[in-house]
Design a protein around this ligand. Structure first.
Ligand SMILES: C[S@@+](CC[C@H](N)C(=O)[O-])C[C@H]1O[C@@H](n2cnc3c(N)ncnc32)[C@H](O)[C@@H]1O
Length: 209
């Protein structure tokens, strides 16, 4: 992604998630409920839950307030070394105070160096905001390629789906066609799982090296 396009995506997204007061709620990160946030985490965590390795490094891309880290601690996944990344400075400052042991970075995915690798990367809701007059599918493709480059073992991300009644599809968020997205992911690996049944408007893709 060229610098001009990156800066436009970044500025638009930062503005979109700006909030006056952080309350550590699902509302701050623009989800509909704690339940809808958690069911997404549940499917993303399928990426690594059978990995019995003593220590697993995980990067949460677009970590918001670190709610995935809360979820991981609650579920007692005790082999995860968690890092979170978000372009929203206030979210990162808040997450750092909540979890002084977590590694939280105020950066965009595209500002990460490729020499720092993680076993797994996940992204929940990170690719949903529509940036006007931009090619969202290209942005997604470049994001998935970057995440896949940074992982040792695999990545997972969720998206809003087009396979739902069209009257529910709004304009501020981008819905993706799961068949087109799968085709895109198969360019990188054949080791893919897809979940499209846990919510009416969402799907999750797991990709392994
Ligand atoms: C819908 S929120 C979800 C937050 C968190 N994943 C959760 O589920 O609670 C999406 C987050 O992704 C962040 N984000 C979007 N694009 C990003 C990028 N390219 N790099 C880092 N963070 C990004 C936004 O700032 C926002 O905090």
């Amino acid at each position: 992604m060229d610098k001009g396009t990156h800066d436009k995506f970044k500025a638009f997204t930062v503005k979109f998630f700006e909030t006056n007061k952080i309350t550590d709620s699902y509302k701050d990160v623009q989800w509909g409920s704690t339940e809808s946030q958690n069911i997404r985490f549940q499917y993303l965590c399928k990426l690594f839950e059978e990995d019995q390795t003593k220590e697993i490094t995980l990067l949460d891309v677009g970590c918001g307030l670190g709610h995935l880290y809360d979820f991981i601690l609650e579920k007692n996944y005790d082999n995860i070394r968690y890092s979170g990344l978000d372009i929203q400075r206030d979210f990162i400052e808040f997450a750092k105070k909540k979890h002084p042991d977590g590694n939280f970075m105020n950066k965009s995915l595209f500002e990460l160096e490729t020499d720092q690798q993680y076993d797994y990367l996940v992204a929940s809701g990170t690719f949903s905001v529509t940036v006007p007059n931009e090619d969202m599918k290209k942005f997604l493709e470049e994001s998935v390629e970057k995440m896949f480059t940074l992982c040792n073992k695999g990545i997972a991300f969720n998206l809003l789906t087009t396979k739902m009644p069209s009257e529910y599809i709004g304009t501020t968020e981008t819905h993706f066609d799961p068949v087109e997205i799968l085709d895109m992911c198969f360019k990188l690996t054949n080791r893919i799982n897809v979940y499209h049944s846990y919510k009416p408007n969402d799907f999750t893709i797991l990709m392994y090296k």
